[in-house]
Design a protein around this ligand. Structure first.
Ligand SMILES: Nc1ncnc2c1ncn2[C@@H]1O[C@H](COP(=O)(O)OP(=O)(O)OP(=O)(O)O)[C@@H](O)[C@H]1O
Ligand SMILES: [Mg+2]
Length: 249
């Protein structure tokens, strides 16, 4: 369970999030949606403790991430979180195997020998075994996303955060990533947080959808409640219209 309590975040004069409160329940998948630049990645980084809020607090399974005083303490709280960053963010100089092994050694402090069976297992279950010795630049973008997902899941996190898992992918590969989210969630049963601006596609993996606009949550409901909503901003975003309350930046 993750609680975002009355969180505000500014960069200079720019207010990105203003008094945002959100409870992410265990076992479900919550999609956080909204137009580009609205603060979705900032919210994810606040939950991860990579950024600090100006106001409010963030709790991860009851532990106060905001009050954590050192990187060591934040790392301990982060142990239950796995993340697939917006651009997969693999290490170019490491092989697929080494990329997936990295969090086990760096974050969980396992020895290479202890880490090995876990890396082999996750590579196998994500059909990556044949690519273990390849470098990221030698594999397709879709395959890199798969490696990023393997790296996020290898620590067996209770919560997996996906930042725009489909951005920059063609529709078929994008669908493959949604299928992977569904499959891995069914296998490992994690709590999912999926950040996306792809509506309605993201609905297929979401139990609940939270839409951000102008620093606040404008709609929080099931995918069906989004489709049925008469909120003009929701309808504009859902149908990709240029006219409406959302200004295109
Ligand atoms: N470290 C930072 N320093 C200054 N401004 C930042 C920083 N990180 C984000 N911002 C600003 O905060 C706003 C929200 O950024 P964010 O990356 O969260 O948007 P987003 O909703 O994830 O957009 P996208 O859909 O394009 O990924 C943007 O205007 C961005 O320029
Ligand atoms: Mg983003």
């Amino acid at each position: 369970m993750i609680s975002v309590c009355n969180v505000s975040k500014r960069f200079g004069a720019q207010v990105v999030l203003e008094h945002v409160s959100l409870e992410i329940p265990e076992g479900r998948t919550t999609a956080i949606v909204g137009p580009s630049g609205v603060g979705k990645s900032v919210l994810l980084k606040l939950i991860m403790g990579i950024l600090q809020p100006d106001e409010g607090e963030i709790f991860v399974f009851g532990e106060n991430m905001t009050a954590a005083r050192s990187e060591t303490e934040r790392n301990r709280i982060r142990e239950c979180l796995g993340v697939l960053f917006q651009a997969a963010a693999l290490f170019d100089s490491l092989t697929v195997y080494e990329n997936v092994c990295f969090p086990l050694i760096e974050r969980l402090h396992l020895s290479p020998k202890e880490a090995h069976p876990r890396v082999v297992e996750i590579l196998e279950s994500l059909s990556l075994t044949d690519y273990a010795a390849n470098f990221p630049e030698e594999i397709s973008i879709g395959m890199r996303k798969r490696v990023g997902l393997a790296r996020a899941l290898v620590t067996r996190p209770k919560v997996v955060l996906f930042d725009e898992p489909n951005t920059g992918l063609d529709p078929l590969v994008g669908q493959e990533v949604y299928d992977l989210i569904k499959e891995t969630k069914a296998t490992w049963g994690y709590t999912g947080i999926v950040i996306s601006h792809e509506l309605p596609e993201v609905f297929q993996v979401a139990d609940r959808v939270v839409m951000l606009l102008k620093g606040s949550i404008v709609k929080d409901g099931t995918p069906q409640e989004f489709i049925d909503s008469d909120n003009p901003a929701v309808q504009q975003f859902l149908h990709g219209r240029t006219d409406g309350p959302i200004r295109i930046q």
